[in-house]
Design a protein around this ligand. Structure first.
Ligand code: AMP
Ligand code: GLY
Length: 437
């Protein structure tokens, strides 16, 4: 990282205690990376998982218990809190910590609206000329129906608020679109998150995840990544939180990266400032790339999961220094150093996910997999039961490998995944394949 790190260390970065909030694969990756920082004195993860317990100390406080987390941070003298999931951000955890004089990395409640409300983010993009799909917003299902009646499918119907990744319905016919509107607005499948909806144009192309760290003025891009949202090979089946990811992505060339910075990332941070909602933290744009041009599908106000796993395996700089520079408005001139290697993360899930699945099944082979060079097995939905690691969620592990090129990283990640087993383990066999075309 090119910046005045000596100055930095002298001022604040000695012996810092760090708290990470969350319990997924993303949080294990953050904890793994921070555990390598000489600037971190002690690392806590709330609530964490058995993987984070190997690199830090888990604290049994739920990610949404803002008061409890604040009390813990005060009592322990935490120097920096890093918020993993969107929910505490949209509930205002950063505002609450800041009021108490505690440092927390992430956007304020008003800035996190960028993810918390699709109506807000679409209106912002329209107003500030940030490329995105054409859309209409509705707070009345009858008006949404009339709109669908007078336009041609396909449509994409989206609940306004947070819906745990399930609030987007791709509709190939008018019938499907009516059903989606009813599901969200009449049956209230996502509660108040569905009081308003967006009906938007269906975009085609290749998806990519573009993440950046910002201090509210300067935007520092992270290495681009690609997620695999669908449960089955060939992007078939229902969408999940993400079944695997890789970095770098051939679809994002250096020219396209410059274009994304110029037309999406920098204008969005500027727009948020103009709207009186200065944005600090991770800005994650889910993009559709078509004809070499990006359009924004959605913004997230946090690190992606599983994108963070391959991204952080390639980051050569100290993550604590980077996040502190963002909090303190010192990102100007920062350029990050990335490993030349490629990284691939294969998510192992419980059979049945994203629907119903069993929990509590013992996982075998974790040690054998971790012994492989350049492999890290990140935990997500795991738990300890009588000293054994068992499944406890839909996405269970993120088996991540570095290799000389995507092909080698793919082979290594699958070799490691092949050593891990449990009754009902499932994973896609084509993670990273798109990058080989
Ligand atoms: P979102 O939560 O808005 O990113 O949507 C979840 C997924 O739905 C995206 O990753 C895309 O695969 C798909 N999607 C969302 N919006 C559109 C769109 N306008 N056109 C095509 N696919 C979309
Ligand atoms: N991988 C998708 C997300 O983090 O939202």
């Amino acid at each position: 990282m090119d910046f005045f790190s000596s100055l930095l260390k002298k001022t604040v970065l000695v012996n810092m205690k760090v708290l990470i909030i969350g319990s997924g694969g993303r949080e294990h990756a953050l904890a793994w990376k921070l555990s390598k920082s000489s600037l971190v004195e002690k690392l806590f993860i709330a609530p964490g998982n058995p993987g984070t317990a190997e690199v830090g100390k888990n604290v049994a406080i739920p990610a949404e218990d803002i008061e409890g987390l604040k009390e813990f941070a005060k009592k322990e003298g935490i120097g920096l809190t890093i918020v993993g999931p969107e929910l505490p951000l949209t509930l205002g955890i950063v505002d609450s910590f800041t009021r108490e004089g505690l440092r927390a990395f992430g956007p304020t409640k008003r800035a996190a609206e960028l993810e918390g409300s699709k109506v807000f983010s679409k209106d912002l993009m329209l107003k500030h000329n940030i490329p995105t799909a054409h859309y209409k917003k509705f707070d009345n299902p009858d008006f949404a129906r009339s709109y669908i009646d007078t336009h041609n499918p396909p449509f994409v119907v989206k609940a306004d608020g947070l819906a745990a990744g399930k609030g987007v319905v791709i509709c190939h016919t008018r019938e499907e679109a009516y059903t989606a509107v009813d599901l969200i607005m009449k049956q209230k499948a996502f509660g108040v998150a569905g009081k308003r909806i967006i009906v938007e144009e269906f975009l085609t192309g290749e998806e990519a995840s573009f993440l950046a760290i910002t201090d509210g003025k300067t935007v520092v891009p992270l290495a681009p990544a690609q997620d695999h949202k669908a449960i089955f090979d060939g992007d078939k089946g229902p969408n999940t939180g993400g079944m695997g990811a890789y970095s770098p992505t051939p679809v994002i060339t250096p020219e396209l990266e410059a274009e994304i910075m110029k037309t999406v990332m920098i204008p969005t941070v500027k727009a948020m400032e103009l709207e009186g909602r200065p944005y600090k933290g991770v800005l994650y744009a889910g993009l559709m790339i078509s004809g070499g041009k990006p359009k924004v599908l959605e913004f997230n106000c946090r690190f992606g999961d599983p994108e963070t796993q391959p991204i952080l395996m390639r980051l050569e700089d100290d993550l604590l220094e980077l996040l502190m520079a963002a909090i303190e408005g010192r990102l100007q001139g920062v350029r990050l150093k990335w490993s030349e290697k490629a990284a691939v993360c294969v998510v192992m899930s419980s059979r049945g996910y994203p629907g119903e699945y069993l929990k509590g099944t013992e996982i075998h082979g974790l040690k054998e997999a971790a012994k492989l060079d350049n492999v890290v097995v990140f935990h997500a939905g795991t738990a300890l039961k009588a000293g054994k690691v068992v499944t406890s969620g839909g996405r269970v592990l993120g088996v991540t490998a570095l290799g000389d090129g995507i092909q080698e990283a793919i082979e290594r990640a699958y070799e490691a995944a092949g050593k891990i087993s449990w009754e009902g383990a499932y994973y896609r066999r084509d993670i990273g394949k798109k990058a080989l075309k």
